[in-house]
Design a protein around this ligand. Sequence first.
Ligand code: ADP
Ligand code: MG
Length: 237
Amino acid sequence: MLLELKDVAVHYGGVKALDGVSLGLDSGEIVALMGPNGAGKSTVLKAIFGLAPLDSGRVFWRQEPIDVLPHQVVSLGIAFVPQGRRVFTQLTIEENLEMGCLYLRDKAEKRRRMDEVMELFPILHEKRKDSARAMSGGEQQMLAVGRGLMAKPTALLLDEPTLGLAPKIVTEMFEKIAEINATRDTAIFVVEHNIRSVLDIAARVYVLDKGRIVHDGTPASIRETDVLTQVFLGRME
Ligand SMILES: Nc1ncnc2c1ncn2[C@@H]1O[C@H](COP(=O)(O)OP(=O)(O)O)[C@@H](O)[C@H]1O
Ligand SMILES: [Mg+2]
């Protein structure tokens, strides 16, 4: 496995958010993480980035245990696009993208990466001098993903990249995620609530409920069982 969590537990005060979660992402694959609100999905991504405190368990990168400190995780080649399309609204699109590789000194390389991102998302090229504040929600989400790609990650972690977007934009976002995976050989771990669309692009799926993995399998295994109905209707005990 490229990235692995083994038996990770996290609590916030009295709330147990993750209760012994083990999961993995292999090189070049798309893996989806699904589950109802409050299941702990965002906490899984935050735990990898050292943004949620680990009570127990460890995170592994290429079989080696790692210290989950944000800068260290970034330097390994992991990029995280958090929930809620956080962009710097006071900056232009171009400046926002530059924030994705702040420590890269090589200007030519920075330019190359920006050209690649703008080729993937032409709207970012069209509006590159505009303030991010003036963008639509869908455009801001593309900018957030584009900023993650500026780090040239080996593994890209996406938290609800289609939340609150219009159906047409949702479809486009899924196409882009598949394209990033296929053309840039990037492993993608995506938290998603659009079940049907994410099952179309994922190689494997984990279902999380109340801080525990309750299903782990292929999209076909999800379609064949009623695990999602059970989890989403709260009938899983
Ligand atoms: N910073 C925090 N402080 C306290 N509780 C939190 C915090 N973040 C998340 N939680 C709680 O942890 C649980 C898991 O949250 P989260 O990982 O955001 O779930 P999901 O992303 O699946 O909706 C929920 O019960 C949530 O209320
Ligand atoms: Mg969440």
